[in-house]
Unconditional design. Structure first.
Length: 160
């Protein structure tokens, strides 16, 4: 997992998509936790599928918005919309995350049973957790590098 070159850090900081990603990432994380709780509640009680389903669809929507805006961000930073050498593993695992989340929507349209959809969502959320780990790890490494180089970090709270 490589970090950014000084030129890439500069482009990263100037990208208009960086604040979008910095805002949506924690929003998606919050949606994930709420949705996960709702899915688990449904699986244990058999109740609440409608709200769990809505939460998964919101999660899928935000994920796709992040994927599209992330592609624009990656173009700004690495001059590739996807699979830039420096971001290859993140994109590789993101592909599985997108496929697994989209499979939920396909299953919904194919009228899979509610428990089956809930388990598909859990598998999708597992792929999300693996992917989130690698993004957070890279974020922490690069945050230190950016701060040590005197950059301000997009998404930092100005009064902290």
């Amino acid at each position: 997992m490589s970090t950014y070159t000084p030129e890439q850090m500069e482009r990263r900081q100037k990208s208009k998509w960086m604040p979008v990603q910095a805002f949506l990432a924690p929003v998606q994380f919050f949606i994930f936790f709420v949705s996960l709780a709702l899915i688990i509640r449904f699986l244990f009680t058999g109740n609440g599928f409608f709200i769990a389903n809505v939460s998964v669809l919101v999660k899928v929507t935000v994920l796709w918005i992040m994927a599209v805006t992330g592609a624009f961000w990656e173009k700004d930073v690495f001059d590739h919309y996807a699979f830039a050498k420096e971001f290859w593993w993140e994109d590789f695992f993101s592909t599985f995350v997108l496929i697994s989340h989209s499979l939920y929507v396909v299953g919904l349209f194919l009228h899979w049973s509610e428990p089956t959809l809930a388990y598909v969502a859990l598998v999708a959320y597992l792929t999300y957790c693996i992917n989130a780990y690698q993004f957070v790890r890279k974020y922490v490494i690069n945050r230190r590098k950016l701060k040590n180089s005197g950059y301000t970090i997009a998404g930092d709270v100005p009064w902290s």
